[in-house]
Design a protein around this ligand. Sequence first.
Ligand SMILES: Nc1ncnc2c1ncn2[C@@H]1O[C@H](COP(=O)(O)OP(=O)(O)OC[C@H]2O[C@@H]([n+]3cccc(C(=O)O)c3)[C@H](O)[C@@H]2O)[C@@H](O)[C@H]1O
Ligand SMILES: Nc1ncnc2c1ncn2[C@@H]1O[C@H](COP(=O)(O)OP(=O)(O)OP(=O)(O)O)[C@@H](O)[C@H]1O
Ligand SMILES: NC(=O)CC[C@H](N)C(=O)O
Length: 561
Amino acid sequence: MTDRLTIALAQINPTVGNLPANLDKLRGVRARAAAEGADLVVATELCVSGYPPEDLVLKPDFLDAVQRGVEALAAETADGGPALLIGAPWRLDPEARAPLRGKVYNAALLLDGGEIRALRTKHHLPNYGVFDEIRVFAPGPLPGPVNFRGVRLGVMVCEDMWFPDVAECLEESGAEILVVPNGSPYESDKSDERLQLAVERVVECGLPLIYVNQVGGQDELVFDGASFVVDAGRNLKVQLPEFVEALSITRWSRGPEGWSVESGDQAPPGSGMEPVYRALMLGLRDYVTKSGFPGIVLGLSGGIDSAISAVIAADALGPERVHCVMMPSPYTSRESLDDAAELARLNGLRLDEIDIGPAMQAYEGMLRPLFDSLPPDTTEENLQSRARGITLMAISNKFGPMVLSTGNKSEMSVGYATLYGDMCGGFNVLKDVYKTTVFQLSRWRNQARPADALGADGRVIPERIITKPPSAELKPDQKDEDSLPPYPVLDDILSGLIEQEASIDAIVGRGHPRETVNRVWRLLENAEYKRRQAPPGVKITRRSFGRDRRYPIVNAFKGPG
Ligand SMILES: Nc1ncnc2c1ncn2[C@@H]1O[C@H](COP(=O)(O)OP(=O)(O)OC[C@H]2O[C@@H]([n+]3cccc(C(=O)O)c3)[C@H](O)[C@@H]2O)[C@@H](O)[C@H]1O
Ligand SMILES: Nc1ncnc2c1ncn2[C@@H]1O[C@H](COP(=O)(O)OP(=O)(O)OP(=O)(O)O)[C@@H](O)[C@H]1O
Ligand SMILES: NC(=O)CC[C@H](N)C(=O)O
């Protein structure tokens, strides 16, 4: 009987759909783990396909390719090296053909000794928030342990750890170590929740638990890794870093009380703005690089939203891949021109200046016969914004960088942005970041620089950009506060309406005037049509716009007041 085990935790960053690259990544970690004498490498949920693969798993050709890849990888384990516990979408009946709905499982497969030794299927399919697994997967039965070289491993896939029944069933059927491959997306403060759930399972079963999470960005989701091991005595024995790939070797021995693990890597999670910033950086980096863009282009206005977007982009991609364009109109202040130039200088970013005055005049001239003597209004303001959008898209078309849009969550909530204007772009790193958090992130970044950032050190955002009142500068002396409540008030009301789904009465009870709360609710509901056309962006909160929060566009319910 085996009394010692060396288990490698492979916190990897797969790319959805890139099967050859994902399989090679698994080969790479296995080779490194073999050099450390590992018996087993535990990788992340659905790491062969990348997570979440969504409707890709309904394509027979995709499943055939996954199966061929897994079988080839299994054959390689005949070399006597470590076994692999991997995740892949899987048909139990390989002959199953379209329609595949209800016939595909979210599976964990143990590859050892040249073959697929065991397969377990996810029992609890998450189907809330951003998750849609019931749409594409069939739920597996409550699992029993997997026999690995004489050790009974209790394999449960991600959501299976969030309920007591799977761990209980595994323990009752003789599991010795709980092993959890995950695709658990980042949300601020979620790492505490995961650890708490893991400890609950450990306490209920009296078994140690290995938690291995994916890392990297996938569309709107970013996975933070932060894998860990908790021993049977509830001690956190191993903690992997956040937001980077990692391979951690853990050494186990069996005693009279069961399996114990030596203390290993200890990378405590960051606090405050650091993890939020790193989530944004990784989400943007992976969106841009996995999509194959050479870099990004953005409008740099001298305001804080475009400033922090540019700095995050420089940190994520390197300053040489960030192209800034200042596009002044007659309403652009000297201050804004200077602030944009100073931000570009501090961060080593390319800055071009393109005057949109001629485009404004051209459009106003073209429309004059139609508009006749009607007074100027938001129509003319929006033309400026759209002239900027057209200019940025032209640069994208000509040179290839993706347009980064800059609207923050407060603006996206109330529709304070122009369709086909400042909303135009491929991705928006601030989409789920409230304006008050934009200020906090900017102050934080001026004092700290993440170790994996590629941008400049020191003060990267001029102080005046942080302290001046936000303005769209679309007409003389315009300030955001002329149209919206002050951002601390707006954001508190919005977080009540969005994150907490609180009633108007409850938000009024927090000290806000009813009239203001009702107005914000109406703005929020009326802007759904804009959000549906907005670029995707990194999810960092419990309730991001997109899949997390699904409201009808045509919606006659305008609230109680
Ligand atoms: N329910 C619905 N379903 C589908 N489409 C709908 C719609 N309701 C309006 N629309 C369409 O949307 C149009 C109104 O939206 P839109 O054209 O965006 O224009 P709108 O929302 O009226 O104006 C843009 C606002 O964004 C503000 N802003 C803030 C910060 C920065 C910037 C900037 O641009 O830099 C702008 C600006 O001050 C202004 O208040 C309507 O004319 C109509 O065509
Ligand atoms: N003069 C400009 N030159 C280049 N881009 C601009 C200009 N004015 C606006 N934009 C683009 O439109 C976006 C929206 O403008 P908005 O005023 O909401 O943001 P901001 O200027 O970055 O920040 P703040 O709202 O704090 O002033 C900007 O972030 C920028 O990308
Ligand atoms: N992939 C999953 O099953 C994820 C669901 C789980 N509740 C999490 O976010 O961690």
